[in-house]
Ligand binder design. Structure first.
Ligand SMILES: Nc1ncnc2c1ncn2[C@@H]1O[C@H](COP(=O)(O)OP(=O)(O)OP(=O)(O)O)[C@@H](O)[C@H]1O
Ligand SMILES: [Mg+2]
Length: 203
C-alpha cells in the first residue's frame, strides 16, 4: 500500500514538475526582454529543481523482487471497479523483476485511467519474456501525440484539464529501470478492438 506521505510527495512532485517545465520555457522566451525577469526565473527554476530532488528522495521506495503477473492480478480488481472496465491479463511468461511496487502500480493506474478517459471499455495486458503490452479499445491516441511522446522529452495533453503528467510518469518510471515505452494508435482491426491505443514496454 502507498503511505499518505508517499501519495502527498507524488502529488507535490507532479505540481513541481509543472512549475519546473513552465519556468524553463518562460526562461527561453523572456531571456532577451528583461534581465530582472531572467534572474527571477532562474531562481524559480533552481528552487523547483531542488524541490524535485527532495521529493524524489522522499518518494523513494524499496525495490523488491516482484512477480509482475501476480501484482497485476491483485491490482486489476480495484481498477476494474474504479473505472468500470474489463481488464484481461495474458501471461505468456512469468515475469520476475526488481521494481518499486507502488511506482509500478501508479504507472498501470495512469495507463488504465487514460484508457478510460479515451472511452475504452476493455484493456488487455500481455506479459512476455521481453515486454509488457497494454491494448485498449478506446478512441485511439492521436498520431502527433504518439509521435511527441515517442521522440521527445516533452509533456503533451489534448484534454482541457490535462497536464501530460500521466505519460510523463509512465516514461520516467520505465526509463529509471532501463525499459523503453512506445505509444501507438491501432491501425489494423484486431479481434479485441476496432480502434484503440497500444503501449509497448520493452524490458
Ligand atoms: N489510452 C489512450 N487513448 C487515447 N489517447 C491517449 C491514451 N493515453 C494517452 N493519450 C493521449 O496522450 C495525452 C497525454 O496523456 P497524459 O496521461 O500524459 O496526460 P492527460 O491524460 O492529458 O492529463 P493528466 O495530466 O491528467 O494525466 C492525452 O491527453 C491523450 O491525448
Ligand atoms: Mg492522463
Amino acid at each position: 500500500m502507498t503511505t499518505k506521505l508517499q501519495e502527498m510527495a507524488h502529488d507535490m512532485n507532479n505540481v513541481i514538475t509543472l512549475i519546473s517545465l513552465n519556468s524553463s520555457l518562460a526562461l527561453k522566451v523572456l531571456r532577451t526582454n528583461s534581465d530582472k525577469a531572467e534572474s527571477c526565473l532562474i531562481k524559480i527554476f533552481n528552487s523547483s529543481t531542488k524541490m524535485t530532488e527532495i521529493l524524489e528522495t522522499a518518494m523513494s521506495e524499496n525495490v523488491e523482487t516482484t512477480d509482475i503477473g501476480e501484482l497485476l492480478y491483485k491490482l486489476v480488481d480495484d481498477l476494474e471497479s474504479t473505472y468500470n472496465m474489463q481488464i484481461d491479463i495474458i501471461e505468456q511468461h512469468q515475469l520476475i523483476k526488481s521494481i518499486g511496487r507502488n511506482s509500478f502500480e501508479r504507472m498501470v493506474t495512469n495507463i488504465v485511467k487514460n484508457a478510460n478517459e479515451a472511452k475504452a471499455t476493455k484493456v488487455k495486458i500481455g506479459l512476455s519474456k521481453t515486454s509488457i503490452v497494454f491494448v485498449d479499445n478506446g478512441e485511439g491516441i492521436a498520431d502527433h501525440v504518439a509521435y511527441t511522446l515517442n521522440t521527445r522529452d516533452e509533456m503533451v495533453t489534448t484534454k482541457d484539464k490535462g497536464h501530460g503528467i500521466g505519460t510523463h510518469y509512465i516514461k520516467s518510471f520505465c526509463n529509471s529501470l532501463g525499459w523503453s515505452v512506445n505509444f501507438s494508435s491501432i491501425k489494423e482491426k484486431l479481434r479485441y478492438a476496432k480502434s484503440g491505443t497500444k503501449i509497448v514496454i520493452k524490458l
